[in-house]
Design a protein around this ligand. Structure first.
Ligand SMILES: *Cc1c(COP(=O)(O)O)cnc(C)c1O
Length: 365
């Protein structure tokens, strides 16, 4: 069978490996996963309760208006329901954005190394990719590239803070930059980790209400997969002006988010204690990673997220990650991003100490 030719240019997203699969493959009793930036504190107690309550509702389609969660999110952000769309992960909202703007005759712009799904979705539409030579977000270079290809570029992706590098623009810089972008070019601000960045440094805090009021072309993306601990349920959201949301609704399949995901997201927003603990654990434990890197003479990128990226000179990131895997610790090798580096999700104190133990042994050997 022949497939759409566009498929020849596509590569698959390489996801973090699964705990059960690795335990079976390597015959291990304990596997620690520090690979997908999930919440190491697990599922919030209020979410567990809610999932139990709704366990016997799995036969029902969800409320397609999603009004309960929309009301909660609108209140949280001070926006209108019409400025909000909920997706099966914010990934799905990225897909809506791309399909609403890109085609084989136009292009998108992103930094050198960022979330792989932007490029994957955009290439499905045949759009051309412009990347900055700088790996992270150098807005001077963004401006230069945008101005050189203004007629072509219809989406600009800003990942604030950036996955998989962990660096983060200031809110002020983001706003200054958007001013130079034409109204017809969508600026997607992926804020998957912005709660972490805001906790560490207020200057990184993005306020979607302000952004969409000032700019009709901004799409702000949030997710329940990271801080809120719902990665397994697939739920995220997009905030933008009504016209953008209306366009996205044309691309959305009915019942795109499950009933359990919707109920769990409502509960996750209520569990403020869990959120607070998660943020505190993250940055307390992050310090240990920075100290570890310094002690081992490894380079790391200062991080505003729930992960930290180590880069290597002589050592090989693939070899290191494979050795660690055999010891039952899954981290993310960044070779597929063209980097000799690894990304490690900040875990619980126990998980992190296990990582330090095994990784220091491997580095010696
Ligand atoms: C995890 C992540 C997302 C979205 O994840 P979903 O699980 O699809 O909500 C989006 N952008 C970045 C940068 C991420 O790391």
């Amino acid at each position: 069978m022949k497939f759409n030719e566009i498929l020849n240019q596509l590569s698959n997203y390489e996801p973090g490996k699964d705990i059960e699969v690795i335990a079976k493959e390597y015959n291990l009793k304990e596997v620690i996963k520090l690979a997908s930036n999930e919440n190491p504190l697990g599922t919030a107690p209020k979410v567990v309760q809610t999932l139990q309550t709704y366990a016997n509702k799995a036969h029902l389609y969800p409320d397609d208006s999603m009004s309960e969660l929309k009301t909660k999110l609108s209140a949280k952000f001070g926006i209108k329901d019409k400025e909000l769309i909920i997706g099966a992960g914010s990934d799905q909202v990225i897909e809506f954005a791309v399909h609403s703007k890109l085609n084989a005759n136009n292009a998108f712009l992103q930094c050198g190394v960022t979330f792989a799904m932007y490029e994957i979705y955009a290439k499905q539409c045949g759009a051309k990719c412009y990347k900055t030579t700088n790996l992270g977000h150098d807005l001077k270079e963004f401006k230069k590239l945008y101005e050189a290809h203004k007629d072509e570029i219809k989406i600009i992706f800003l990942c604030v803070p950036n996955n998989p590098l962990g660096e983060c623009l200031n809110a002020k810089e983001v706003k200054e930059f958007i001013k130079i972008v034409d109204e017809d070019c969508m600026v997607v601000i992926d804020a998957a980790y912005n709660e972490f960045a805001s906790f560490k440094d207020k200057q990184k805090h993005l306020e979607p209400k302000e952004l969409i009021k000032e700019f009709s072309n901004v799409l702000y993306l949030g997710t329940f997969s990271k801080l809120y601990g719902l990665g397994g349920l697939r739920i995220g959201y997009g905030i933008a002006n009504e016209a953008i949301i209306k366009a996205f609704y044309k691309l959305r399949a009915p019942f795109n988010v499950s009933i359990l995901a919707l109920k769990a997201a409502c509960a996750a927003l209520e569990d403020k204690e869990f959120v607070k603990q998660s943020l505190e654990n993250n940055f307390k434990e992050m310090i240990k990673y920075e100290e570890f890197a310094q002690n081992q003479a490894l380079n790391f990128i200062p991080s505003y997220t729930n992960f930290i990226t180590f880069t290597f000179n002589e050592k090989n990131s693939t070899e290191l990650s494979e050795k660690l895997l055999k010891k039952g610790i899954i981290i993310r090798n960044l070779k597929s991003y063209g980097l000799n580096a690894v990304r490690i999700t900040i875990g619980t104190p126990y998980e992190n100490s296990r990582f330090f133990e095994e990784f220091s042994q491997i580095l010696k050997g």
